[in-house]
Design a protein around this ligand. Structure first.
Ligand SMILES: Nc1ncnc2c1ncn2[C@@H]1O[C@H](COP(=O)(O)OP(=O)(O)OP(=O)(O)O)[C@@H](O)[C@H]1O
Length: 345
């Protein structure tokens, strides 16, 4: 779900963030960018790589391109400036500004260039060849993540989110479709994408009413209570559950049921998909899926959680496990991944 575009006539306030002076609007949008906006024809500099588009949202399409001069591959995100009759250029500028702010984090997708046409802005992004972690989340056992994989990727997600939170940015749409991989096999590293709903949080102004994706939204969003960095931490709790089990903890038969499940914290930690996980993995999720935002673990605290302190068996484990005998000493015991009605979506 996408929020209404803010009015461009909003008041702007200067803030200091990560040592830089930034200007933000009342609704938590950054309004200044450093990247030059190119107006020459995009196709003069980039060639489309034929094939399936990389992704599509409500107002954007992402396609793979090669830069003619360097031969390097990029993901070009074509974003419509007018949405539902409103000018949303300011929102796109904010998305660019957040990507600029996060350049120092290896876990946030890199912005290469920006182009603008009459109707669109084109964000030329680093190409994440492994696609969305969503695919492994819902894959059958051989391709699905093992707990050791989830731990390594979760540490990276948390480091990325901790960086954003230190910079006063809340992502507000953390879900498996917005966590990409640099490569699929061997399993690479994560890249956080899609800052379309992200906002600056400051102590002086309250943010409410920004909607993410139903299955991943925190109770305070449903109750129109203030949004904070803790709102992202709820989504990370849901993300961990989905990555570990392939099922979505709050998903109901319709949106109403999903929202009811969230507001009542109607979650089960005794599902068979959770059997065989380290007990500390359950504790980790429980430390995040708490109604009161203040009681949830922060990203920094999560990085110190016992679940993420235990050594993982490394990237090779998944391959060995799928090649070896299912119960041989070299491969960890298979985790039951029977699908239920509430498969992640
Ligand atoms: N840098 C990238 N490399 C590879 N694939 C990408 C990249 N950026 C985006 N994609 C793909 O395109 C999809 C849509 O991108 P993104 O979420 O940024 O667009 P969006 O229009 O804001 O989406 P939504 O409306 O769902 O929020 C991603 O889920 C991903 O599958």
């Amino acid at each position: 779900m996408i929020p209404e575009c803010p009015r461009s006539s909003e008041t702007r306030t200067p803030i200091r963030c990560q040592g830089a002076d930034l200007t933000q609007t009342r609704s938590g949008l950054l309004s200044e960018i450093k990247t030059p906006i190119k107006t020459e024809p995009f196709n003069e500099h980039y060639s489309l790589i034929p094939g399936k588009e990389l992704g599509r949202g409500k107002f954007a399409v992402v396609k793979k391109y090669v830069e003619k001069q360097t031969g390097k591959e990029y993901a070009a995100k074509f974003m419509r400036k007018r949405r539902k009759g409103q000018d949303c250029r300011l929102e796109i500028i904010h998305e660019i500004a957040v990507l600029e702010l996060a350049t120092a984090s290896p876990w946030v997708i890199n912005l290469h260039q920006v182009y603008e046409t009459a109707n669109e802005m084109i964000l030329v992004l680093e190409y994440a060849a492994g696609g969305e972690i969503f695919h492994q989340c819902v894959a059958e056992r051989e391709e699905a993540f093992r707990e050791a994989d989830v731990k390594r990727l979760m540490r990276q997600i948390l480091e990325g989110v901790a960086f954003l939170h230190r910079s006063s940015v809340v992502h507000l749409d953390l879900k498996p479709q917005n966590i990409l991989l640099t490569s699929e096999d061997p399993l690479g590293d994560i890249k956080i994408v899609d800052f379309g709903l992200s906002r600056m949080v400051s102590s002086s102004q309250e943010l409410r009413e920004i909607m993410g994706t139903p299955e991943y939204v925190a109770p305070e969003i449903l109750n129109y209570e203030p949004i904070s960095t803790a709102t992202d931490m709820w989504s990370i709790g849901v993300l961990a559950y989905v990555m570990l089990t392939g099922t979505s903890p709050f998903l109901g038969d319709d949106k109403q049921e999903t929202f009811l499940n969230i507001s009542q914290i109607n979650i089960s930690y005794t599902e068979e998909e959770l059997e065989g996980l380290e007990p500390s993995a359950i504790q980790f999720m429980k430390s995040l899926l708490i109604k009161e935002p203040q009681a949830r673990a922060t990203a920094e605290a999560c990085l110190q959680h016992p679940w993420l302190q235990q050594p993982t068996e490394g990237k090779e484990e998944r391959k060995e496990a799928t090649e070896g005998e299912p119960n041989s000493p070299a491969s960890p015991p298979p985790r039951r991944r029977k699908r239920r009605r509430r498969k992640a979506s």
